[in-house]
Design a protein around this ligand. Structure first.
Ligand SMILES: N[C@@H](CCC(=O)N[C@@H](CS)C(=O)NCC(=O)O)C(=O)O
Length: 319
């Protein structure tokens, strides 16, 4: 089979998504050529993730999603078979493992493909601890950070962006629900109904501010996020990072998760990709005596100068 006949993996992604940055960094670090993978846009600000077509690929309705052709589907006579990977941890590991310096499949680039997997048991444990900490839904959730508000004035300020966003999502959720056969319950319907309920609460908060019955609880959760979870996570990270990268001198997958997470933190604090802008994180947290640790600062300094980081965050503009 000629190289151009081989089905390519498709990465469903959105430029402003924090967790999509992880596989995007991995593709550059691993030296994938632009023609080796197809990147398709899923506009999560417009609700593309709630269309039945996308939910067939990923029932959680999240990006990144990587659809990879299975080995046995490469034969010309067989029906195409695909496997979908539905979270950034599995996708980054897959991207790392599917391209080695000796790899021939799908490889048109001759760039080196250094391993991003931890080389020791100790490294694997640190990596797991860092990745779990960053992805802990009860921790410093970077998507909540972006749409949090501790005081009514922050709701008013965020309304300009968030009201149209939650309205657009609601339109797609409603349209997808309308397509479901009447009176028939299904996993898809249950998923869409729960997304609709959560989305309506968000819409109510961002449109009505303090007048919303959900506002007080929302502002309290936002305060907990900024005053407790975020400083706590930053402190724990400083204790886990070996330096300068998470596991020492060699870059690994944990660094890609940390780079994306820290970029989001600096971005919501109004900073860009410079060493000095970490100070904005300390300012915005505003907790007396809170300072970022030296390991976190050292990591940021070595990460932001990498070509992969500059590709995913062009001009140092973070998201
Ligand atoms: N654990 C998942 C989380 C993925 C996730 O939350 N993705 C966000 C974008 S960063 C998303 O798709 N959100 C959809 C939505 O907001 O409805 C991962 O690591 O990939």
């Amino acid at each position: 089979m000629a190289a151009h006949d081989v089905p390519k993996a498709v990465l469903y992604s959105w430029p402003g998504s924090i967790w999509c940055s992880v596989p995007r960094l991995a593709l550059v670090e691993k030296g994938y050529g632009d023609d080796e993978i197809v990147i398709k846009s899923v506009n999560i600000t417009q609700g593309d993730q709630f269309t039945p077509a996308f939910l067939r690929l990923n029932a959680h309705g999240t990006v990144p999603t990587l659809v990879v052709p299975l080995e046995r589907s490469l034969g010309p006579d067989e029906e195409s078979q695909f496997r979908a990977l539905r979270d950034s941890v599995a996708i980054a590991d897959f991207i790392d493992q599917s391209r080695s310096p000796l790899s021939k499949t799908h490889t048109t680039s001759s760039a080196p493909a250094p391993s991003l997997s931890p080389a020791t048991m100790e490294g694997a444990n640190i990596s797991k601890a860092i990745v779990s900490l960053l992805h802990d839904e009860k921790g410093a959730d970077p998507n909540f950070l972006k749409r949090s508000a501790r005081v009514p004035a922050e709701i008013t300020e965020g309304a300009k962006v968030n009201v149209p966003l939650f309205e657009a999502r609601q339109r797609v959720i409603d349209a997808s629900l309308a397509e479901q056969p009447e009176g028939v319950s299904s996993k898809l319907r249950t998923f869409l109904e729960s997304k609709s309920a959560a989305n309506m609460i968000n819409l109510d908060i961002w449109s009505r501010g303090s007048a919303s019955p959900h506002a007080a609880e929302f502002m309290q959760s936002s305060k907990t996020l900024w005053e407790l979870s975020l400083p706590d996570t930053l402190k724990k990270l400083d204790g886990l990072i070996v330096g300068p990268f998470c596991l020492g001198d060699q870059l690994s997958v944990a660094d890609l998760h940390l780079a994306a997470w820290l970029a989001r933190v600096v971005s919501v604090c109004g900073g860009s990709a410079t060493p000095e802008d970490l100070a904005k994180v300390e300012e915005k947290i505003g907790k007396p005596g809170f300072k970022l640790g030296e390991k976190v600062k050292g990591f940021w300094a070595v990460m932001i100068v990498r070509p992969s980081f500059k590709t995913v965050y062009p001009g140092g503009v973070l998201h």
